[in-house]
Write a protein that binds this ligand. Structure first.
Ligand code: SAH
Length: 485
């Protein structure tokens, strides 16, 4: 209808008839005016009719215009209207959702108070951890002596060490040395984001290369580097960041270690060399564009993270290689010392391997004082994570016996020790009522000890410790393969 109205609208171009207009032309013109009027009347009349038939009927709104001033299609108009309606309704909807949430939360609280549902577990409190100043190095130079599954087991043991360190109040710094090859590959597969782990650094170099140059702590090293940086008055900010990134990663990141290894320079040499390098000039081909370090913001963030990490590295003034084959026994742990553990799972295929390596390097060696405190049913070779946990336990409680009993699996303890541990566990559970229970020295005690032992075994199984034990039976020659790890 509107089309008709438009076609016949008064604005439509009028034909300018010549004066010699004929009668019939006039009649035609008057006809056209009549048609126009009648069509408008018809439209109004029809509108009225429609309104009478349907009280909800509304005349169609004129078409909406798009951003280009053109009328929108029916679909586009509908879409636009829907959007407008949604925007109008949104604040109200939000308010309703908020009220719903509040109501739900109120109901949940009431249900907890009335005991209908269990309260949520308490949030884990963040520990105030103290850096003990002790480093535990793990010598990863034995990849080629391990089977594939043993490498995997080694990586899992290290992951366990890292997790254990995170739960302790007094923590150590963990440093992996000779970190290349199979273990590195396995780490990449099995431990996400390990490069960023705190209190944990990775070195491609062997331990003999790292520690003589790391006598000062990361904090001191950082301060020195910053001083050098100021002296060198580097013009380019990007280079400045690059320098710190390279220098700070010298003790933590494989990438810079690769560089260090390639150039044979120490971290400080590296930093100094980088700092004295001229900033790239604006003329000539820029090397900056060829590296991802061009991304200054990313670089800054990386630098910040590396600096933070560097600042937590304790100084290492002394190295002691721990080995069950050492003629010496360790009595206490000293800050400023790196205690090295052999990163190998060998099911006793290579006795004295680490002791011989340490002797060759002229390093001090020591074994744990296990024999002074407890009796073991097999040789005193433990796994890396067990030794690690014993060391951390000792740092915490300063009591070797307690540390051994807490970590060494039941089946590695002699019967007498197992019974004592069983009794202690019983007392811890039932207090002095334990007196009235079967005594540890009676035959009934075995079942008590065993039940506690069983409990313990299962917890070890949970943590995987039990499987990791390097077991040897029948002396050094009668090597029995330990259970698969
Ligand atoms: N055949 C290997 C055994 C590896 S056990 C060797 O030659 O050492 C893994 C590591 O744990 C050892 O290298 C050692 O550093 C440490 N370790 C195991 N038992 C130990 C003990 N009783 N005392 C000190 N360190 C021990």
């Amino acid at each position: 209808m509107s089309t008709i109205a438009q076609e016949t609208s008064p604005g439509a171009p009028q034909v300018d008839h010549a004066p010699s207009t004929t009668q019939s032309d006039k009649a035609a013109a008057s006809d056209s005016t009549t048609t126009q009027e009648s069509s408008e009347i018809t439209k109004d009349a029809l509108d009225e009719q429609a309104a009478q038939k349907n009280p909800f009927w509304k005349p169609r709104a004129p078409p909406m215009l798009g951003p280009d001033g053109q009328p929108l299609s029916r679909n586009a108009t509908k879409k636009l209207l829907r959007q407008q309606q949604f925007l109008e309704r949104r604040p109200q909807m939000r308010q309703q959702e908020k009220l719903k949430r509040k109501q739900k939360e109120k109901e949940r609280r009431e249900a907890i108070e009335s005991g209908k549902i269990a309260p949520p577990p308490p949030k884990r409190q963040k520990l105030d951890q103290i850096q003990s100043g002790i480093t535990i190095g793990i010598d990863m130079s034995f990849d080629d002596l391990m089977l594939e599954k043993e490498v995997k087991s080694m990586v899992d043991q290290i992951k366990r060490c890292y997790s254990y360190n995170r739960t302790c109040e007094k923590i150590v710094h963990i440093a992996l040395t000779s970190f290349t090859g199979k273990s590195k590959e396995e780490f990449t597969k099995r431990a996400n984001g390990y490069e960023l782990w705190k209190n944990f650094t990775l070195h491609e170099d062997g331990l003999e290369k790292i520690w003589p140059s790391d006598e000062i702590s990361g904090k001191e090293r950082l301060a020195k580097l910053k001083q050098l940086q100021v002296k060198a008055s580097i013009k380019s900010e990007a280079l400045k960041a690059q320098v710190l990134a390279a220098a700070s990663s010298s003790s933590s990141e494989p990438s810079s270690m690769e560089h260090q290894e390639a150039t044979g320079s120490t971290p400080t040499d590296q930093a100094t060399a980088a700092m004295t390098t001229e900033a790239p000039s604006s003329e000539g081909p820029s090397t900056e564009q060829e590296t991802p370090q061009n991304d200054y913001k990313g670089l800054e963030m990386e630098r910040h993270m590396k600096e933070e990490k560097l600042a937590t590295i304790p100084a290492v003034k002394k190295i002691v290689y721990l080995s069950a084959d050492s003629p010496n026994t360790i009595t206490h742990l000293e800050p400023g010392t790196s205690y090295i553990l052999g990163g190998i799972v060998d099911k006793n295929r290579f006795p004295r391997l680490c002791q011989d390596k340490a002797e060759k390097l002229g390093l001090e060696t020591a074994q744990l004082p296990i024999g002074d405190y407890i009796q073991m049913s097999s040789r005193r070779i433990l796994t890396v994570n067990q030794v690690f946990e014993i060391l951390l336990q000792f740092i915490e409680c300063n009591d070797w016996k307690e540390a051994f009993l807490k970590v060494i699996p039941q089946r590695k303890l002699e019967e007498k020790q197992r019974i004592r541990r069983g009794t202690e566990a019983w007392k811890a559970k039932y207090g002095d009522q334990g007196k009235g229970r079967p005594s540890a020295s009676t035959s009934g005690s075995t079942s008590v000890a065993n039940s506690v032992a069983d409990e313990d075994e299962s917890s070890h199984e949970d943590s995987g410790d039990e499987d990791d034990v390097e077991e040897e039976e029948g002396g050094s020659d009668g090597v029995e393969q330990a259970q698969d790890v």
